[in-house]
Design a protein around this ligand. Sequence first.
Ligand code: 3NM
Ligand code: MG
Length: 500
Amino acid sequence: MTVDYSLYLVTDSTMIPESSTFLRQVELAIANGATIVQLREKKLSTLDFITRAQQVHALTKAKGIPLIINDRVDVALAIDAEGVHVGQDDMPAELVRRLIGENKILGVTCSVPEEVEAVTASGIADYVGLGTVYATNTKKDVTDPEGTGPIGIRKMLQVLGRYNQSHEKKINSVAIGGINHTNADKVMYECAVDGERIDGVAVVSCIMASENAGKATSDLLKIIETTPNWASRSCIQEADIGKFVAQTHPLVHHITNNVVKNFSANVTLALGASPIMSELAAEFHEFASDIPMIALVLNLGTPTPELMSVFKTAIQVYNKYAKHIVFDPVACGATQARLQASKKLLNSGHVSVIKGNLGEIQGIWKLTSTYSESSNSGSLMRGVDSIAKLTEEKIIQIGKEVSKDFKTVVVITGKVNYIIDGDKYTKSEGGSELMGLVTGSGCSLGSTIAAFLATGADVYLSAVDAVNLYNEAGRRAAGYSSTPGSFMISFVDELYKLTH
Ligand code: 3NM
Ligand code: MG
């Protein structure tokens, strides 16, 4: 039997709206496109469970879709259901398989890569449920109440991918936890890495608790088949993006640190773009929806708990309107708290460019992979190489991995700059050592990239051109200003001259 995992309904009889019944909800979901159903009952007596399982089985059989029983192997066998799903605290998968035989579907919940390792080691399951993706109220005892986010799901998919690439019969996967109509397209798109992607989403409340379970199901089905708008936006062709910036005056919305606000605003103005410095979340919708040429700089320089929620709102709003975001994970390699802040933000939405120095990009890289390629033992978690040891080849490899994992362009700054997009990359000579003596000269490169992106030009070309122009201005300024103060002035002048 080939199983379609794309819309996996997990039932819950404790959240049925008053206007409906449990069976009615399940019936509507099945009639409107659920492709597989799991009966999950935590409190029913064995007799009631059997009765309910038979009722649901009649519905799924009529539609020709599989019924999976959560946890209760005996119930599954008794009613001849198509499969069993077990969690990590339930009967071990090997024993379940022995009881249900080869022809039944066996699913296992996994929350961390090690658990996927165990499943692939035995190869005994047909699919894994990966979660929790996002915070959920439906299940109380989850491993990670905040959710692993797409980052965590991708780590598990890497393990699964290694198995699936070398086995004829693949182990399927669904993501579960907090998935609904607002995020299902994003989950489908972002839970993919190295050629391995989830086969579907598993949902409970967004169908079972819905006042209109039929529509909730058919809408969700459409959403999971949709590419998020920011992933499918078109781009204009522009030969000289820098000049185009000066002609069209795009807006660059900065949520950035206090130290560099003034300089970043001046750099933005010199390019011919307009800076907005706003941390007022209530106005983000108007910016992103009403202004055609706008991009956002998210700079993690001085994070506070309040600012984290502002950042999160900004990411969601700019994603909603498919406007570009440049993410600058300032010092994220320096402390765990900053790294976790970056992780939270990258889990909450998509950014077009991640810009940082090598330490910062290496910090982000540590979030991405379960394996250190230095060992063949497949030991989990990435080792920390000191930056001094990194060869250019390794630097580019780190950039490529971050780029592929986050589906973003990566800009690594330094004496040499690398602009990386998947497998392609460009090297760009650095500007001047004097830039290191001007505060905000790194952050304002983010502003420059954002100004270029705001025109609607291709992301990679925008990043390459912005980095080239920025460093060219630095070299020219250093040609006649050899001390930091006058260099800073000359640098802004050169940015102006290069774009005007
Ligand atoms: N398992 P909702 S989360 C049944 O993380 C279940 O393993 C989870 O419900 C896991 O779609 C979950 O309402 C409940 O968020 C998901
Ligand atoms: Mg269980």
